[in-house]
Design a protein. Structure first.
Length: 64
């Protein structure tokens, strides 16, 4: 399984990640990303990678 990482300081709350993976990412009341999962299954990886790439400030990543 791949591990999800977020740079909470870099997050600007754009919410692009929620569009592709609302079951994995959310935005809290302060406008910062929330990881709803710590790890993702391999079959979900393409969709979650797409969501991470959509972040305009590169606050999201996936680690093997």
């Amino acid at each position: 399984m791949a591990r999800l990482l977020a740079d909470f300081e870099a997050c600007q709350g754009y919410g692009n990640c929620i569009t592709s993976a609302p079951d994995v990412y959310d935005i809290d009341d302060d406008g910062t990303v929330v990881l709803l999962k710590d790890e993702i299954a391999e079959q979900d990886r393409p969709r979650v990678e797409e969501a991470a790439r959509s972040c305009p400030v590169d606050a999201l990543s996936i680690e093997d």
